[in-house]
Design a protein around this ligand. Structure first.
Ligand SMILES: Nc1ncnc2c1ncn2[C@@H]1O[C@H](COP(=O)(O)OP(=O)(O)OP(=O)(O)O)[C@@H](O)[C@H]1O
Ligand SMILES: [Mg+2]
Length: 242
């Protein structure tokens, strides 16, 4: 049967995904979908399973059950590099840039992963001016916030369709957190779909259209981000009093 795809088809869907590490069931029955150009936040406490969901989506772990669908294609069994080739790129927790390589070399590695689509380096320096000034420095010489910018730039140079950001604001000073969120808004404004994992639930939900709250491996609450920000249970557990 050939049905034409409705315009509302999500670009990414996670369907009933389980992730297990030996006997630890880190993620159970997680489902959510992301419309093209959308910004979805996954929030939750330490150990809730946020990074494990991103690992299943990016191909770093094989889910024990469930499916990952990208642009209508079942990619559950694809290796990670093939997902990158298809435009699904992860910015991992803790940045994982190569400290002995320069800023420019780190960017080139990012571009190499998706050579036919990659943006010119100069485009990244426009988006991240702080990197332009530091392009010849070893990445280890950058501040934590600058290293996070580099990690995001290394993903963006591959011109992803969907970018998965794992705790981009972690450990950063408030001013740097603001800059990171400004960059996330710009990425989103450029039409790239964003899945944002954060412990900083208030900031993440403020930036997102839709949010999902993960609790011990399961989605406990989902909805428009603006409603989750007002949900008494979410406020009490994740947002605290202002
Ligand atoms: N490689 C692994 N081997 C065994 N257990 C793991 C592994 N990675 C994660 N876990 C466990 O799976 C659960 C979910 O971990 P995960 O890293 O996905 O949580 P998280 O929400 O990203 O937490 P955080 O906010 O601390 O980054 C935790 O109980 C964790 O200890
Ligand atoms: Mg994590």
């Amino acid at each position: 049967m050939s049905e034409s795809k409705p315009a509302t088809d999500p670009i990414l869907s996670v369907e009933n995904v389980d992730v297990s590490y030996g006997r630890v069931n880190a993620v159970r029955g997680v489902s959510f979908s992301v419309p093209e150009g959308g910004l979805v936040a996954l929030v939750g406490a330490n150990g809730a399973g946020k990074s494990s969901v991103l690992a299943a989506v990016s191909g770093l772990v094989r889910p024990a059950a469930g499916k990952v669908i990208l642009g209508g294609r079942d990619i559950t069994r694809w290796p990670a590099h093939r997902r990158v080739g298809a435009g699904l790129v992860l910015v991992p927790e803790g940045r994982q840039i190569l400290g002995t390589l320069t800023v420019a070399e780190n960017l080139r590695l990012g571009a190499h992963r998706r050579r036919r689509h990659a943006a010119p380096e100069s485009e990244m320096y426009e988006l991240f001016p702080v990197l332009a000034e530091r392009r010849a420095l070893p990445a280890s010489a950058l501040s934590g916030g600058e290293q996070q910018m580099l990690a995001i730039a290394r993903a963006m140079i591959a011109r992803p369709k969907v970018v998965l950001l794992d705790e981009p604001s972690m450990g950063l000073a408030p001013k740097m957190v603001d800059e990171i969120f400004t960059v996330i808004e710009k990425i989103r404004a450029s039409g790239v779909t964003v899945v944002l994992v954060e412990q900083n639930a208030r900031r993440a939900l403020s930036a997102a259209d839709t949010g999902h709250v993960l609790e011990t491996g399961e989605i406990a609450r989902s909805g428009p981000a603006s409603e989750l920000l007002k949900d008494p249970k979410v406020v009490q557990a994740y947002l605290g009093v202002e």
